[in-house]
Design a protein around this ligand. Structure first.
Ligand code: CP
Length: 306
């Protein structure tokens, strides 16, 4: 069965079968990444553009690597070195790239809704690599894959997303994806960082990190998005760390195994202490490795969709 949509704009409304198919296909590509020759000819002849209007390390590099591992032709666009600086509009930029006969567009943009807009002005398959505060579907997929890899399942697990929920596209995609896969999802953070009415999405709200640690199997700890002025929602970073930071002392106090994810980049000493960021419970670099396999699976499933 192919994916139900030619685009991946978010996980809201994506059928469980589609998420399952992406996770299962990623397992095959994860094996490819362990081979001495980490390349397959699957997307030979396809041309993919990485259209990044916002900074990225993990997502941009892992999409590019995934494209190369699948033998696609890859071109990269970044605003700093483009004619956007000369005043070209977003629509004109896309139409010019489209005229070079690209098959797929991976887009990151500071404005929510840009990937959906692209589907209206381009014939290419569109993949959202993060749009404003809206969604970051491949991050949530790699988070779910990493949880399943470590704990053997997603269904029935209690997963708490910690931190700056209001500014986070990672939170929203994780909430949609995890609920669809049968997890019980909560959020935890200062009330100024929790959107009003978030319970309507089917999540429970915690304001105590100690209670959240004691009642969950998995913590997905989000970055405080200083560039989106998130630090104006609490007095100081030190205060945030004191009340919501995940520290070794906090984890030891509860004396339980808990899986810790973080999408990166980490603010060390803010959302995680360095001891936890490098410690035995976290799987942060596994997430990064799995991100390549997830992106290979998404590219393959969309690029070969009938
Ligand atoms: N997790 C994530 O999206 O990281 P980048 O901003 O580095 O791509």
């Amino acid at each position: 069965m192919p994916l139900s949509s030619p685009h991946l704009l978010g996980l809201q409304g994506v059928p469980r079968e589609d998420i399952q198919l992406i996770l299962d296909t990623s397992t095959t590509f994860r094996e490819v990444l362990e081979r001495p020759i980490k390349k397959v000819p699957t997307l030979q002849g396809k041309t993919i553009v990485n259209l990044f209007y916002e900074n990225s390390t993990r997502t941009r590099l892992s999409f590019e690597l995934a494209q190369k591992r699948l033998s696609a032709d890859t071109i990269n666009f970044s605003t700093a070195s483009s004619s956007t600086k000369k005043g070209e509009t977003f629509k004109d930029t896309v139409r010019n790239i489209e005229a070079m006969k690209v098959d797929m567009i991976i887009v990151r943009h500071e404005s929510a809704g840009v990937p959906a807009y692209l589907t209206k002005i381009s014939k290419a398959n569109i993949i959202n690599a993060g749009d404003g505060r809206h969604e970051h579907p491949t991050q949530a997929l790699l988070d779910m894959y990493s949880i399943r890899e470590k704990l053997g399942k997603i269904e029935g697990l209690k997963v708490c997303i910690v931190g700056d929920i209001t500014h986070s596209r990672v939170a929203l995609s994780n909430i949609y994806g995890l609920i669809s896969m049968g997890a019980q999802v909560s959020v935890c953070g200062p009330s100024t960082m929790i959107p009003k009415d978030i319970e309507k999405l089917g999540v429970k709200v915690y304001n105590s990190i100690d209670k959240a640690i004691s009642e969950h199997d998995v913590l997905n700890v989000l970055r405080i998005q200083i560039e989106r002025k998130a630090n104006s929602t609490f007095p100081t970073l030190r205060e945030y760390h004191n009340y919501f930071g995940i520290t070794a002392e906090r984890l030891e106090k509860h004396n339980k195994e808990i899986l810790i994810l973080h999408p990166g980049p980490i603010n060390r000493g803010v959302e995680l202490s360095s001891e936890v960021a490098d410690g035995p419970y976290q799987i942060i670099l596994n997430q990064v490795t799995n991100g390549v396999a997830i992106r290979m699976a998404v590219l393959y499933l969309l690029g070969t969709r009938p």
